[in-house]
Design a protein around this ligand. Structure first.
Ligand SMILES: Cc1cc2nc3c(=O)[nH]c(=O)nc-3n(C[C@H](O)[C@H](O)[C@H](O)COP(=O)(O)O)c2cc1C
Length: 266
């Protein structure tokens, strides 16, 4: 193994941080690493919000499914899927008139733009995770940043075509911290050669054997197996319903309607 592979292999999510700010030098390295990530068409369809303000972190620790450790992270980065810059640039450069003149269909940001900008934002975020790890800075993604869209739009002053798709909590490892490497499903259930393969019940039993063996019973959800527990804790949980609602609200802006069309104030 080389150093890069060791960094990838030993990374775990860190939810407890040394009570020390991330240095300016390290913060800059993390942001530069994000910006070196591959990006569709080199358009950099993302923005990064650097959050150090305690009040903002306190709010995020509530709005992101009540996770107190967010408030204690020395550095928080929010990754936005962002088409706003490009559509502002298109507008100032008379792209709509150009389309009329040349017979191209003009349109506003659509779901394709959203997904490709989400790809850009997440790839940039993961570059930060690996760069951070190599500097002794641990990280934890917060998917709940996709909840409470209206509150986050207000909090960050987001324009219509910038959607917060991921958040990273970052901070130095506490002294003496022993990372717990969490196991993954076996490769045969996740990686397929050439064509997709739907797993049959026998394979699902094998795939989840370790999870079922560690399944805590009894539990507060009344779940009788790990699948029931996982549904109660994740897929069917309130935060998941809120995420669905919040994303649906944000998606209003990504239906391909030209930006000049009047729509809900942002
Ligand atoms: C998209 C995404 C969202 C996540 N959201 C949260 C979160 O809101 N809170 C949290 O504590 N961990 C969150 N995590 C971290 C995962 O729980 C963690 O990656 C997973 O349990 C595997 O553990 P490991 O990263 O230590 O290997 C998230 C990870 C990803 C990739």
């Amino acid at each position: 193994m080389n150093d890069t592979l060791r960094t990838i292999d030993r990374r775990t999510s860190l939810r407890r941080y040394k009570d020390t700010p991330v240095t300016e030098e390290h913060s800059n390295i993390l942001l530069e690493s994000a910006m070196r990530a591959p990006t569709a068409g080199n358009m950099m369809l993302y923005s990064i919000l650097v959050i150090r303000d305690q009040e903002t972190k306190d709010i995020l620790s509530q709005t992101c499914d009540h996770q107190p450790f967010i408030a204690k992270a020395p550095l928080v980065l929010v990754f936005l899927a962002d088409m706003q810059r490009w559509f502002d640039y298109y507008r100032m450069s008379q792209v709509e008139e150009f389309c009329v003149r040349t017979g191209l269909d003009f349109r506003g940001p659509n779901l394709g733009d959203l997904f490709i900008s989400i790809s850009d934002a997440l790839i940039a975020a993961q570059n930060v995770v690996i760069a951070a790890e190599s500097l002794g800075i641990g990280s934890c993604y917060i998917g709940d940043i996709m909840e409470n869209y209206e509150t986050h739009r207000e909090l960050f002053g987001l324009p219509a075509y910038a959607f917060p798709v991921a958040m990273l909590c970052l901070g130095y490892y506490p002294d003496g911290y022993e990372p717990r490497i969490r196991s993954r499903f076996a490769q045969e259930y996740v990686v397929f050669q050439e064509k997709y393969r739907t797993l049959d019940e026998e394979e699902l039993v094998k795939m989840f054997a370790e999870t079922e063996a560690a399944f805590p019973c009894p539990n507060k959800y009344g779940a009788e197996n790990a699948a029931q527990l996982m549904f109660a804790r994740k897929t069917g949980a309130d935060f998941s319903k809120e995420m669905h609602r919040s994303i649906q609200e944000a998606m209003e802006n990504w239906q391909g309607r030209p930006p000049t069309t009047k729509r809900k104030a942002t």
